[in-house]
Design a protein around this ligand. Sequence first.
Ligand code: ZN
Length: 168
Amino acid sequence: MPTTKCKDIIDYWVRREDECGLSVDWAEAHERCWRCGYKSVLHRCHIIPDSMGGPDEPSNLVLLCNRCHREAPNVNDPRFMWIWIRAYGTSFYDTFWWIRGYEEFEKMFKRKPFANVDTQSISQEDIKAAMQIAIQSATIHFGEGRMNPATIACVLYQVEEAFLNKGT
Ligand SMILES: [Zn+2]
């Protein structure tokens, strides 16, 4: 039975890892994922996997959202977890998965989003309105709570398209 409480895990890491460069402020470590920084139901994620004998102790656990938990490294070597978490540090909350969406867009369409749109001439309100319409064609995987990067990439493409059609 898992016995280590989230509070014990936080207390342990607050004293050992600098919050500078992380996606989460330590003050909110109990409700935001340590890798993506989004408000989420947090899972206790083993650094050395349970199945490889990793102990149920604060030193071997971090708190991650469902999606980050699935993407985390599963290796019998404790050096990598924090390198991985830090590699994705973002300065602002609720941007992480949109940054991933932009990267996914570049992968799919071989260019940056909005490269062919004159963004100077579009107001924030117009962007928001186009986003609302595009989001209606998207859905969220059960239990995820938010759009995944590929879905965001498609939504961005549709928003772009809306502006291109308007311009012609
Ligand atoms: Zn996360």
